[in-house]
Structure formats: structure tokens, C-alpha cells
Write a protein that binds this ligand. Structure first.
Ligand SMILES: C[S@@+](CC[C@H](N)C(=O)[O-])C[C@H]1O[C@@H](n2cnc3c(N)ncnc32)[C@H](O)[C@@H]1O
Length: 284
């Protein structure tokens, strides 16, 4: 059986991914090689089966299939979740929002948390992992995404994390989580917020579910409902963090102010320094 030096395989993969327009070709090649080999040792050799498997994965990525769909997983807050066609891939951009939420819960024992628009369940599961004493509720509208979230939740509970409470529902429904109104210590949300006329890279526009990204002409259709719902859910002093796009900083702040109960409204950057999420808390 012939073998192939890892260095050659990586160079070949990087070349193919570069030609396909993938934006981080070297890094993606390394992730895919690690997926095949487990660990990347500089002088590793791929056997014929491993080399063929890497070629297959690289060809998929070269079709601009999201890296996480190719490997089948993504991570948020150090928690790995299964992802695939039909569910949004959690992004590193959401890590600072998660960190803010966990900081907000510091000193609060047995907190009640709600994750609106949970997708794969990533945010809810990362919070449940970091805070075993939390009761974490999460809602998702899409059948396929909910199925991923249920499987991820089952897997995390089997791994020892506190089970989260997942429901299928619509954040535009005024009755959603009616029993939790005024009782929630932290509401987090990464809803769809892309305006309909914005073009996206194929990884999003061709492969990820449109309902996870687009939200009306200005991208605020779901955000409006999420903000209104968070204002109803938060207990006095309860925190709220919502992700949004760069152009929505002012409108999100205005929508929060218009609730009449959300205060301490602050915008925060993501790891690129772009305005990415806004936080507030319910007036005491
Ligand atoms: C940007 S994705 C974020 C998923 C997850 N929170 C994350 O960060 O990976 C937005 C999610 O909101 C869901 N969604 C869209 N409209 C919704 C609605 N009206 N009610 C509940 N969920 C909705 C989508 O199906 C999608 O899973």
C-alpha cells in the first residue's frame, strides 16, 4: 500500500481550496487532515485509504460546502455539536456573546436561561455545560434544526451535562414561554438578521437554511420579536444579549429602548472588532 506524506497532501489540498475560492484554504486543509488522521504530526504519512478520504473531503469543501458540514461538527464554548444540511453552523462570532452571558450569570445561583432561535442548540448547550445549576430553555422553529438540537442535547446529557429543555416554537408567537414571563435571569439569541438584498458567500447562500439568515428587507423582522419577547421574559435585573449585523446597531438599541423596560443598552464587538451583539437588562 502506498503512503503519502502529510506535507504533500496538505499542499495539494491547499492548492485545490485556493483555486475554489475558499477563504482560509490552509486552515481548512489542516482541519480536514486532522479529521482524517486524528492528530497532525509534521512527519505523518497518509495511507491510501486516508489519502482517498482526504481527497473526498477536500473535493466537498472545494464545492464551498461549509467546513462544518464536511466534518459534521462545530464548536461553541468548547462544546461540540453535530451540524449538517438544514441547520445553521455556529460561528466564532458568537463566542463573545456567550462569554458575556456567562459573566452576567456569575453570582446567580440556579439561574433560568432562555435561548431564542437555538438552531443546533449550541448556545443553550454551551451555557448548560458551563453552568450545571442552570435551567436552560431553548426554542427553534425549523424541523430539521430542532432535530439536530434534540440529538445534540441528548448527546450532551449523556456526557453528563444538565439536560436542556427544547421546544419547537415561533419567537413571533406572543404566547411563547408564557409561563416564564418575568422569571428569566438571562435571555440569549442569535436570530436571523440578514437583509433580503444582501448577497452571501456560497457557504451560506447555497448550503445553509435561508430561514436561519434572512429576516425581511432590513433584517429586523425576527429581531423585533426577539427583543419584545426578551423584555417580557427577563426578570427585573435579568440580562439579555442578542447578535445582529453591523448595520443594525442603532435600530436594535432603539427597539430595546422602545420596550420601556430594557436598560443599560450596550453594543459589543466580535473577535474581528465588528459591532456584533447588543446587551441590556430589565429595569429593576
Ligand atoms: C442565525 S441561526 C442561529 C442558530 C444558533 N443560535 C447559533 O448561534 O448557531 C438562527 C436560527 O433561528 C431559527 N429561526 C428563524 N426564525 C425563527 C422563528 N420565528 N422562531 C424560532 N426560530 C427561528 C432558524 O431556523 C435558525 O436555526
Amino acid at each position: 500500500m502506498t503512503s503519502r506524506p502529510l506535507a504533500h497532501a496538505l499542499a495539494d489540498a491547499e492548492r485545490k481550496l485556493t483555486a475554489a475560492g475558499v477563504w482560509a484554504p490552509r486552515s481548512d486543509a489542516e482541519v480536514l487532515a486532522a479529521h482524517v488522521l486524528g492528530v497532525l504530526e509534521p512527519d505523518a504519512e497518509l495511507d491510501a485509504v486516508q489519502a482517498a478520504e482526504l481527497d473526498r473531503l477536500v473535493a466537498q469543501r472545494a464545492e464551498r460546502i461549509p467546513l462544518a458540514y464536511v466534518t459534521g461538527w462545530a464548536e461553541l464554548g468548547g462544546v461540540r455539536v453535530a451540524v449538517g444540511p438544514g441547520v445553521f453552523v455556529p460561528r466564532p462570532h458568537t463566542e463573545p456573546l456567550l462569554a458575556w452571558g456567562l459573566e452576567r450569570l456569575r453570582g446567580v445561583s440556579d439561574p433560568v436561561v432562555v435561548d431564542l432561535c437555538t438552531g443546533s442548540g449550541a448556545l443553550a448547550l454551551a451555557i448548560a455545560h458551563a453552568r450545571p445549576d442552570a435551567t436552560v430553555h431553548a426554542v427553534e422553529l425549523s424541523d430539521v434544526a430542532l432535530d439536530f438540537a434534540l440529538r445534540n442535547a441528548k448527546q450532551r446529557a449523556e456526557a453528563g451535562d444538565t439536560a436542556i429543555r427544547l421546544v419547537q416554537g415561533d419567537v413571533t408567537d406572543p404566547e411563547l414561554f408564557h409561563d416564564l414571563h418575568g422569571a428569566v435571569d438571562l435571555v440569549v439569541a442569535n436570530p436571523p438578521f440578514v437583509p433580503m438584498d444582501v448577497d452571501m458567500l456560497p457557504e451560506w447562500s447555497e448550503h445553509q437554511p435561508l430561514m436561519a439568515m434572512y429576516a425581511g428587507s432590513d433584517g429586523t423582522f425576527v429581531l423585533r420579536h426577539v427583543i419584545a419577547l426578551a423584555a417580557r421574559l427577563a426578570r427585573p435585573g435579568g440580562g439579555f444579549a442578542v447578535e445582529h449585523g453591523d448595520p443594525q446597531v442603532a435600530v436594535v438599541a432603539a427597539l430595546m429602548r422602545d420596550t420601556g423596560v430594557l436598560t443599560g443598552i450596550t453594543n459589543h464587538p466580535d473577535h474581528h472588532g465588528d459591532p456584533r451583539f447588543t446587551t441590556a437588562h430589565r429595569r429593576i
